[in-house]
Design a protein around this ligand. Structure first.
Ligand SMILES: Cc1cc2nc3c(=O)[nH]c(=O)nc-3n(C[C@H](O)[C@H](O)[C@H](O)COP(=O)(O)O)c2cc1C
Length: 349
């Protein structure tokens, strides 16, 4: 049997052990369906959506593919209960989540046959995730995009594989078939990629922003906690440089302004923004400063990723963007990975 049939392909019902991870404002219905139709497994970025938007996207994905797919969301947000119900009602195959998982919600999902695959960035979080019911874990090394830990995939992955009894999926720095073979050789059941799929033809990111990713050098993709108080890997553009040189009080003031502007766009009120922030602080264990700073992220990320102003907004990115200079279709990305993995395996034999 092919080594590309793994516990992950059996668990998720996909053709190849390749996951397209959730990325806020990037992993939309079109990207998820294209990934699934190409034989991978896509996660919808539900963490930046209302429950109604998640449901609309699920219906859209189902129009575009008959293959299984997943939904990503934060279990600590006010809409989380509704998203759990929506995922169950529509027979979503898997959910992914990271910070502050909730045992009740995991139990409910698992009872209804939804597979739970959290993303973790440290061994102790991987162990905790399995204790809380995870069916598999995605382990993200520090190379990865968005919120990220400080340990490289080559160290973290074997450490987690040696400790857990559930399938482990490697994330952070993967883009090709050599990487897939390397991950399998470490004992992983597959790879999960964000940046590679962001840099695809089907990704909804505006062309001028995609061009910024294509032009980025590896050393320009840095980790900073200046956006929302937590370490996050991003392209070091003008907007990030401004944030880096801004004083803490000025950053908090900017966060309040951005949070307020975002609430107005989403039809919310000042009171709604403050109470959502308070709920988030209580459930996620973040400090007051981090919670306030988190209000920065939606406006600044959308400015680049949705509105297409790559220097006025934030560009979350894995280091791997520095080694990618094309924007192929999801079919070509996955087909290319499979062909290169098979060639690599044949060469090693
Ligand atoms: C633009 C962008 C947005 C992201 N948004 C999310 C998100 O909303 N939820 C999440 O769990 N992870 C998010 N991540 C992390 C990715 O899902 C994934 O774990 C990471 O990109 C893997 O590393 P790679 O970029 O090297 O493939 C994001 C990453 C990027 C690049």
């Amino acid at each position: 049997m092919s080594v590309l049939k793994t516990p992950l392909t059996r668990l998720l019902g996909c053709q190849y052990p390749i996951i397209q991870t959730a990325m806020g404002w990037v992993a939309d219905a079109g990207l998820v369906a294209s990934t699934c139709n190409a034989g991978g497994f896509g996660f919808l970025a539900g963490a930046v959506m209302t429950p109604a938007e998640v449901e609309a996207c699920i219906l859209d994905i189902k129009k575009k593919t008959d293959r299984p797919f997943g939904v990503n969301f934060h279990m600590y947000t006010p809409g989380a209960e509704k998203i759990v119900e929506i995922c169950i009602r529509h027979g979503v195959r898997a959910v992914s989540y990271s910070r502050s998982p909730s045992r009740d919600k995991i139990d409910k999902l698992k009872d209804m046959g939804v597979i739970c695959i959290p993303t973790v960035g440290a061994l102790k979080h991987a162990v905790k995730a399995v204790e809380m019911g995870a069916d598999a874990v995605v382990v993200q090394g520090g190379e990865g995009g968005g919120h990220t830990g400080g340990i490289a995939s080559s160290i973290l992955l074997p450490q987690v594989v040696d400790t857990l009894d559930v399938p482990v999926v490697a994330a952070g720095g993967f883009k090709d078939g050599r990487g897939l073979v390397a991950a399998l050789s470490f004992g992983a059941a597959g790879v999960a990629m964000g940046t590679r799929f962001l840099m695809s033809r089907e990704s909804p990111v505006p062309d001028q922003t995609k061009a910024r990713y294509v032009g980025a050098l590896t050393e320009q993709i840095i980790v900073s906690n200046k956006l929302d108080g937590m370490p996050q890997r991003m392209i070091n553009n003008r907007c990030l440089q401004q944030l880096q040189s801004t004083s803490i009080p000025a950053t908090l003031w900017l966060a309040l302004k951005n949070g307020w502007a975002f609430s107005k766009i989403t039809g919310g009120s000042l009171w709604g923004m403050l109470s959502a922030g308070w709920q988030m602080k209580k459930a996620s264990g973040m400090s007051l400063g981090q919670t306030l700073m988190a209000a920065n992220a939606p406006m600044l990320i959308q400015q680049a990723m949705v509105r297409g102003y790559p220097d006025q907004g934030i560009l979350p990115s894995g280091q791997v963007a520095g080694t990618i200079d094309d924007l192929p279709t999801c079919k070509d990305i996955i087909g290319g990975i499979v062909t290169q993995a098979e060639d690599t395996l044949a060469r090693l034999r």
